[in-house]
Structure formats: structure tokens, C-alpha cells
Design a protein around this ligand. Structure first.
Ligand code: ADE
Length: 247
């Protein structure tokens, strides 16, 4: 069983439309659709926006559906100048940028008992890049792919100073509002995870308008990648990659 989470309706709709043998249930206020996607057993949930919603949804999915691995997929704001709407970011790491214990001499994003940057499962990152190639190689207007850090916080970033800070402080490629909370929860449960995002905007002064205009296209791109990713992610993980406590 693979757990898949998106924050907004648009981010889960396309996957849900292609599922068969669907069953729907509501837990902790979150609707989870379980069934098959291209023959793979999945549980798909719409978490709602922000880190608290993402945390509750992820823990509920882990406890009730017992996934072997989890993927968060959706849209994000880009942080580098030459990025285009629709480009895909596969997170190698996620960071909770608004965790602030700097009063105690810690760096932004750092909290006791956890690395500042939370690493996504390397084999799922590799599978996501393979899925990208399978989905977009040779296609007209294909998006670009970038691997790197995704910075999460409870704020829609529409501010040049903030976006530059996220880039400088964390070497982040993109920002969104759930990935690090999801990743932290998976990490505490010893489960492999990855975050996959398509860019809807560039986090600057026009971000909210760009977000609305590009949301559909960005969701289509992340859906095309997920179509290829789900069968790959469901395949057996290499043994040496499994950590103690990992299912
Ligand atoms: N999701 C998509 N664009 C975003 C932005 N600019 N800030 C936070 N989350 C986002």
C-alpha cells in the first residue's frame, strides 16, 4: 500500500479520477480514498493546507492504512530566477523554515532531536527522476526537473525579500506549506517518503495571481509524473536502503 497526500482538491482530483475499486472514508476530518491506481493499491488523502493539517493527515494515514511508503504531491512557489510555471521539483530534503529557536542559538529550521534538513528516501527520489523522464522525455513544452531542498512554512510567500532569504538560508529551490511537516511525521514513524511539486508561481509580488492562473497546468504536470511514479514506487525497495524500524 502506498500513501499519497495532496493539500488541495485540485492536487488530488486527477489521481482520484483514475482510481478503480474506490472506497471512501473520513478520519480526523480528512477524506481518504483507497483503491487501485494502475493496479497499485493506494490510499489518497486531501490533507488541507498548512503544516498542522499535513501532520494530522500523515499520522492518520500511517496509523490506519499502514502504507509502506508515502508521497506528497502538489504545487509550490519557485525561488530561483529562471524557473517556469509547471517545472517540477523533487525534494531531496525538506526543511521547516518557520521553526525558530534562534533565541537559543539554533539556526532557523533547527529543532532538538532532528536534523535541520530532513532527507527524503534516496530510492524514491531516484524513482521520481526516472518517472519524470518517462513522463516528459521528448514531449513538446516539457517542464524542467530540479532536485533539491523544499522549504515549508505556514505562509503563502509573495515577497522578494522572503524568497531570497529562503534561497540563501536553506539553499531551497521551492516553498510550500506542508512538505516538512509530512516529512517529519514520516521520519518519526520510520517510513520512506518523498515530496514532489510542480511550480505554480515564483513566490514574488505576483504570486497569488500566478498561482490561480497556473494551478491547473502545474497540477497536470505533477499528475503526469505521478502516473509513472506510482508503479515505480510500489516496487520492492532495495534492501540496503531500508533502515532499522522501516517497514
Ligand atoms: N504553494 C504554491 N505557491 C506557494 C507560495 N508562493 N508560497 C507558499 N506555498 C505555495
Amino acid at each position: 500500500m502506498l500513501g499519497i497526500i495532496g493539500a488541495m482538491d485540485e492536487e488530488v482530483q486527477l489521481l482520484q479520477g483514475q482510481m478503480t475499486k474506490k472506497k471512501s472514508a473520513v478520519h480526523a476530518g480528512v477524506t481518504v480514498i483507497s483503491g487501485k491506481f494502475k493496479g497499485v493499491e493506494i490510499a489518497l488523502a486531501q490533507s488541507g493546507i498548512g503544516k498542522i493539517n499535513a501532520t494530522i493527515c500523515t499520522q492518520m494515514m500511517i496509523d490506519l492504512f499502514k502504507p509502506g511508503a508515502l508521497i506528497f504531491s502538489g504545487v509550490a512557489g519557485g525561488l530561483l530566477p529562471n524557473m517556469r510555471a509547471g517545472d517540477i521539483i523533487v525534494a531531496s530534503h525538506v526543511v521547516e523554515y518557520d521553526m525558530d529557536l534562534t533565541a537559543f542559538g539554533r539556526r532557523h529550521g533547527e529543532t532538538p532531536g532532528r536534523d535541520r534538513l530532513i532527507e527524503c528516501a534516496p530510492d524514491l527520489v531516484a524513482k521520481a527522476t526516472n518517472a519524470f523522464d518517462a513522463a516528459f522525455d521528448g514531449k513538446k513544452d516539457a517542464p524542467d526537473l530540479m532536485l533539491g531542498t523544499v522549504a515549508s512554512g505556514d505562509r503563502f510567500v509573495q515577497d522578494k525579500t522572503m524568497l531570497r532569504w529562503l534561497q540563501r538560508e536553506f539553499a531551497a529551490l521551492a516553498t510550500e506549506m506542508e512538505g516538512a511537516a509530512f516529512g517529519h511525521t514520516c521520519h518519526l514513524n520510520g517510513l520512506p517518503f518523498v515530496v514532489i511539486r510542480a511550480l505554480s508561481d515564483s513566490s514574488g509580488s505576483s504570486a497569488s495571481g500566478d498561482f490561480k492562473n497556473n494551478l491547473h497546468r502545474a497540477c497536470q504536470n505533477s499528475f503526469h509524473l505521478m502516473e509513472k511514479m506510482i508503479p515505480l514506487a510500489a516496487k520492492e525497495r532495495p534492501r540496503r536502503e531500508r533502515r532499522k524500524g522501516t517497514r
